[in-house]
Structures are given as structure tokens and as C-alpha cells.
Design a protein around this ligand. Structure first.
Ligand code: OXD
Ligand code: MN
Length: 674
């Protein structure tokens, strides 16, 4: 730590020295592409910034001021204002292929697809280096029990973070590179639910990925100019000063730092080029900053998919669902129902922004326009629609490649690729065979694919009003204790089930290497933009919005396994539920419950399907319904103890009163079980 700070201080000296020489260039300060002198904008720049693409005239004065301020800090070689066009992207892709950042996937099974291989130290979101910066620690994090380690929120003071970013990390961080100015919209441009941002980055990979994941370019600039919309989120990103690093994937892992300033509508991310750390529209803006905006403006920004489901009679409903990272949100959002006559269409697979409209309907949009999904495990069996969609116009990151120019990842073994014949090179450049003890694709490898090319994209996915949400699902990966599905008794109980969500860890976070059951309230633990206790209170408050038609709240668990103790020694427990397309059977029951059909009975933990109400007709092999739905007293005594321990440890002062009451009610119901 001390060592790395010294290194930065040393660099700072260098920056200051070079700044002096920039002063001597003042006379020549001009924007070449924009054909305007900086001084015409009233700004004193200390060196030449050539605008090599687009024009600063395209920006509103506020946005222009932001760009120039950060250019002065980061000292890029030149500035490129993105227009979002096909031609611009083609040129960037070309440049990245020449630099070795992207490789074209040449097999004729893939059309216009590329592979990026990252530095081995830059492979996932880095939660420990991700901070929420507000005035007081309490604004961002609940107070924990004395002596406990906080894990709901990571706070740093605004002053300390400003020092870290503006003095130690960003100065001169873009030297020798282009600063790309990415104007983007989260949500359909002009939608009352949309929000706008500018990401300034020195990574062309980020530009191409943001072009897929957001509406980006000239259409956004034109909208901002014409509408007079002044609010935009400021997103600054640099891969950092990568001294002596792999030139195809510059990064600065030792000094990576990602900061959110909710009250300044600002994100700064230094040192990583990977996904959630660098595509700042996604987790940083659409979840962390947006959750804080949503609290202030009375709406919801959630880690949820949205799907539309139509029954055989043609009646359609929309459902939102929150699961922790890499628990199958994308697969559920693109589900191919096995139940005859049912249809699922996808609005979004990761983030939902929702607000009650004047009629009291909860309206939701997917603020993104692409899918940034975990690749391993994606196959024709698990997600045939995604499989088709990711075969064109897709950027893969950290999958393996065959000698014939095919992409390869774990889980696609059944596809027509003869692994004994073809040579496979793993994501980290090693010869891989079926016998290898390492994986071919990194377990957090990703596809980045445009949403519109999904065959089952919902016709209303870009409806500016959003779609009406009638049910909300929470869930996680639990091998024991939790039944396939139950419904909460009311909104407050539903908020309690969200607050007490637990799941087995997965690979989406760097830290997720140990398999254990973690608390992940609302699947938002890594994405909360403010104090988790206040976030729970906000959910309770949303339940009191005048004339709100509150969606029903359900809890699902596709991952329950056989009881190990009941199996002959040494046998591995198997999943009790087939999952994937068969999950449509659970959605059917939920659909019927949103119509208030009498298909549920009460249990100590909530409402469960009445005997025979869950359609299991034709399921082979037959499902062990008794164990799938078993609610065992000893399990639930421990479960409730775990929830109490979590609340008392992490939110002893901040948990809202009604959730303590729900906990007590659940404890009492469980205690009175026979
Ligand atoms: C994601 C995540 O990338 O949740 O969606 O980590
Ligand atoms: Mn996610």
C-alpha cells in the first residue's frame, strides 16, 4: 500500500513537471476537429487537445465544461466525441484488432463477433475497491454491531476520494491515448423513465461495448440539445497508467478504485477495463447512482430482469425478478416454456427501473439495450435464444478460442465441436484439453450482445411508458431449506423476504471463490448506492404510494437438492427440480395467483401451491414434490436464527421497525410448527 502510494506520488511529480511545459504551449491551444480555440469556450487549457472525431459543439455547455475539465486532468493525446455510427464503430474495431485487443472470431458460425482477452488480474468486478462517497459514513452504510465487519456498503469520505482520484490517480492517466466522449441514455431516448450520462474513457473496448449496452451517440446529443435536459450523470473512466503492462489490455490493478458520488451524480473509475468496473452505465449508474436517485424521486432501480408471459388464452403479464449475480437471471428472462401454449418474451435480463404511474400501475423499463451475460453454461439446452443471439455482433471477453477460429466455453460440449479434433487455447493463452485441470473459458467470461437481435425480445421492450409489472420474484441459489416457490403474505412480508435473501456465492465477483451461503438483500448487496436500512425503508414506503396497485411478491428457488443424509453413503445429491424451461410451470402458478385464483394455501413461511395446483403433468422423471416443498421445523429454526443474526450484526440500528416485526412473526410461526 505504502509502496503503491509512493509510486503515485512520484508520478504526480512527473505530472507537475510536464504541466509546466504545457503552460508554454498555451498559445497553440485549440481544438482541431472542432475548429475552435479553447479560449472561445472561456476555458484555459494548458496544452493542445485535438478533437479527432465529432465536435465539442455537439455538447451542451454543461457537458462541454465537464469534458474540458476532465481532459485537463487526464491529459489525453486527443478527444473523440462519439456519434454512435456504424462507421465509427467499424474503425474502432479495426484499430483494436490491429492493437491485439480484439481478435475476430472467424468461424462461419459467428457473424461479426470478436474476442477480447484481458490481463489476468482484471477479470471481474472488484467490490473491495468500489466505494460510495457521501458526506457521512452513515449515509452509505448501516452501523454494524461493535466489533463486526461491515459488508453492506463501502464508504469513503468525499474529500479523501477526491484526493485519491484527482491527485493520485487521474492526473495524466490518459497520456498518449484518446479520450472518448460517450453520450448515452439509460432507457429509450426521451422516455419519462430514461436518464442520460456522459462517459469519458480512454478505452475503445468500452466505447464499442457501451454502444451495445446503451443507446449511445448523436441521437442522445441531439435530444439533450433540443429538450434542454440539463441533468446528466458524469462518468469518468481510465484504464490507468499501465507502466510496462500488456499493451493489448492496459490496466492498473493494484490501484484500481471505483467511486460513486450520489449527490454529485458522478462516477469515477480508475484502473480496470473490465465489465462492471468500466461500462459505467450498468452497475455504477443504473444501479448504484440510480438507487439513490430513485430514493429521492420515489421510484425503484433494481437488480432485476423483466419478462412478459402470455398464457394459451393470449393474456399477458409482466414479471420482474431479482437474483444475485450469475444465478440464472438471463436464462429466466429468455425462458423457453415447456408448457404448451405459453410464451415468454424478454424486456431485460439484469436491471429494472420502475415507477408507479398515475393509474397506480408499476411501470418498468430495462434501462440497458444489450446483454452482458455470463458465458459458461450458456448452451442450446440452457438458453437457446441467447445462443442464437450471441452468434452475431457480439463482443466476447475471456472465452477460449479454437485453432479454427471458433469460440469455445464450458457448457457448450454438446454443440457440434469435436474436442478431440480441434486445438483449444484457453482464455489465458494455455493449450486446453478435456483433461486440463483449468477451465478453457474464465468462469466469469461474458458476452456483450445487442438486445434487439434476441428473437424473443418483447415488442414493448422500448415502450417509453414501460411495461406494467404484476409480480416481483426474489430468489437465490439454495441447495437446502427453501422450497421451490412461495408467496409472501403482503407487501411488508415481501419486503422482508427481499431483505432476508441468501444465496450460494458465484463467480461474478472477484471475491466469490468460496462456496458458502451469503446474505444478499434484494440481490443488491454489491449495488446499493446508499444505506441499506434506508433502502429497505424506501421499499416499505413504495408500498404506501397513493392508489398503488401493489404487485404480489414471490420467492423462488430452482436449486434445491436431495437431502444428503437420506442418500446411500458417498452419493452426490441431485437437483430436485429440472429448472430451465420447466420453470414455466412455476410462472404459471404465479400468473394464476396474480389473478387471485384460489390455488394457494398458507404455511409458516408464506403461501404455497395447494396440493395439485402446480402443474407437473408430463414431467419425467417424476418430481419428488414432498422434498421439493418440504418446510422442516429444524431447518427453519436455523434459517430464522441466521436472518436474526444477520440483521443484529449488520443493521442493528438501521433495520426499519416493520421488518423486526416481520422477523418476530416468522419466528413465532416457525416456533409453533409441530
Ligand atoms: C452482472 C453482475 O454482471 O451482476 O450482471 O455481476
Ligand atoms: Mn447483474
Amino acid at each position: 500500500m505504502i509502496f503503491s502510494s509512493l509510486r503515485h506520488l512520484f508520478l504526480l511529480e512527473q505530472v507537475s513537471a510536464s504541466r509546466l511545459s504545457y503552460l508554454t504551449h498555451m498559445a497553440s491551444t485549440q481544438f482541431i476537429g472542432g475548429r475552435r480555440r479553447a479560449s472561445e469556450y472561456g476555458l484555459q487549457l494548458k496544452r493542445t487537445f485535438s478533437v479527432i472525431h465529432g465536435s465539442l459543439d455537439w455538447l451542451t455547455p454543461e457537458a462541454r465544461e465537464y469534458v474540458v475539465e476532465k481532459a485537463r486532468l487526464c491529459q489525453p493525446e486527443n478527444i473523440h466525441v462519439c456519434d454512435g455510427s456504424e462507421a465509427e464503430n467499424a474503425a474502432l474495431v479495426d484499430q483494436m484488432v490491429r492493437a491485439g485487443t480484439l481478435k475476430k472470431i472467424t468461424s462461419d458460425k459467428f457473424e461479426n463477433c470478436y474476442l477480447a482477452l484481458t490481463d489476468k488480474r482484471d477479470i471481474a468486478r472488484v467490490e473491495r475497491k468500489t466505494y460510495i462517497c457521501m458526506e457521512k459514513e452513515k449515509d452509505a452504510c448501516p452501523t454494524v454491531r461493535f466489533g463486526s465487519k461491515a459488508f453492506l456498503g463501502n464508504w469513503m469520505s468525499v474529500e479523501s476520494m477526491d484526493f485519491q482520484m484527482n491527485r493520485l490517480r487521474f492526473p495524466n492517466s490518459m497520456a498518449g491515448r484518446t479520450m472518448y466522449v460517450i453520450p448515452f441514455s439509460m432507457g429509450p431516448v426521451g422516455s419519462p423513465l430514461a436518464k442520460y450520462g456522459f462517459e469519458l474513457t480512454d478505452s475503445p473496448y468500452v466505447v464499442s461495448s457501451m454502444r451495445i449496452m446503451t443507446r449511445m451517440g448523436k441521437s442522445v446529443l441531439d435530444y439533450l440539445q433540443q429538450s434542454g435536459e440539463k441533468q446528466f450523470i458524469r462518468c469518468l473512466h481510465s484504464v490507468g497508467r499501465s507502466l510496462g503492462m500488456l499493451s493489448s489490455w492496459p490496466c492498473d490493478p493494484e490501484n484500481t478504485l471505483i467511486a460513486h458520488f450520489p449527490h454529485r451524480n458522478e462516477v469515477c473509475s480508475y484502473g480496470s477495463g473490465y465489465g462492471g468496473n468500466s461500462l459505467l452505465g450498468k452497475k455504477c449508474f443504473a444501479l448504484r447512482l440510480a438507487s439513490s436517485l430513485a430514493q429521492r424521486e420515489m421510484w425503484l432501480a433494481e437488480h432485476m430482469l423483466i419478462l412478459g408471459i402470455t398464457n394459451p388464452e393470449g393474456k399477458k403479464k409482466y414479471i420482474a425478478a431479482a437474483f444475485p449475480s450469475a444465478c440464472g437471471k438471463t436464462n429466466l428472462a429468455m425462458l423457453k416454456p415447456t408448457l404448451p401454449g405459453w410464451k415468454v418474451e424478454c424486456v431485460g435480463d439484469d436491471i429494472a427501473w420502475m415507477r408507479f404511474d398515475s393509474e397506480g400501475n408499476l411501470r418498468g423499463i430495462n434501462p440497458e439495450s444489450g446483454f452482458f451475460g455470463v458465458v459458461p453454461g450458456t448452451s442450446m439446452k440452457t438458453n437457446p435464444y441467447a445462443m442464437k443471439a450471441i452468434h452475431k455482433n457480439t463482443i466476447f471477453t475471456n472465452v477460449a478460442m479454437t485453432k479454427d477460429g471458433d469460440a469455445y466455453w464450458e457448457g457448450m460440449e454438446d454443440e457440434d465441436l469435436d474436442l478431440d479434433e480441434v486445438e483449444v487455447t484457453s482464455w489465458d493463452h494455455r493449450r486446453w484439453t478435456r483433461e486440463s485441470e483449468f477451465t478453457a473459458a474464465h468462469k466469469n467470461s461474458r458476452f456483450c450482445s445487442p438486445a434487439h437481435q434476441l428473437e424473443i425480445i418483447d415488442p414493448a421492450w422500448e415502450d417509453p411508458k414501460g411495461v406494467p409489472i404484476e409480480a416481483i420474484l426474489f430468489g437465490g441459489r439454495r441447495e437446502r431449506v427453501v422450497p421451490l416457490v412461495y408467496e409472501s403474505n403482503d407487501w411488508t412480508h415481501g419486503v422482508f423476504t427481499g431483505a432476508s435473501m441468501r444465496s450460494l456465492t458465484t463467480a461474478a465477483s472477484l471475491e466469490g471463490t468460496v462456496r458458502r451461503v451469503n446474505h444478499d438483500p434484494f440481490a443488491m448487496r454489491p449495488f446499493l448506492g446508499y444505506n441499506c436500512g434506508q433502502y429497505f425503508q424506501h421499499w416499505l414506503d413504495m408500498g404506501k404510494v397513493a392508489n398503488a396497485k401493489l404487485p404480489k411478491i414471490f420467492y423462488v428457488n430452482w436449486f434445491r437438492k436431495e437431502e444428503r443424509s437420506k442418500l446411500p453413503g458417498g452419493q452426490d445429491p441431485k437437483f430436485l427440480w429440472p429448472g430451465f424451461g420447466e420453470n414455466s410451470r412455476v410462472l404459471e402458478w404465479i400468473f394464476r395467483r396474480t389473478d387471485n385464483e384460489d390455488v394457494a394455501i398458507s404455511s409458516p413461511i408464506g403461501l404455497v401451491p395447494k396440493y395439485g395446483a402446480l402443474n407437473i403433468e408430463g414431467l419425467t422423471p417424476a418430481v419428488d414434490m414432498e422434498n421439493l416443498f418440504a418446510i422442516r421445523k429444524d431447518d427453519w429454526v436455523r434459517e430464522v436464527q441466521g436472518i436474526r443474526e444477520f440483521f443484529e450484526d449488520q443493521l442493528p440500528e438501521d433495520l426499519p421497525g416493520p421488518l423486526w416485526t416481520e422477523l418476530k412473526k416468522l419466528e413465532d410461526r416457525v416456533a409453533s410448527m409441530p
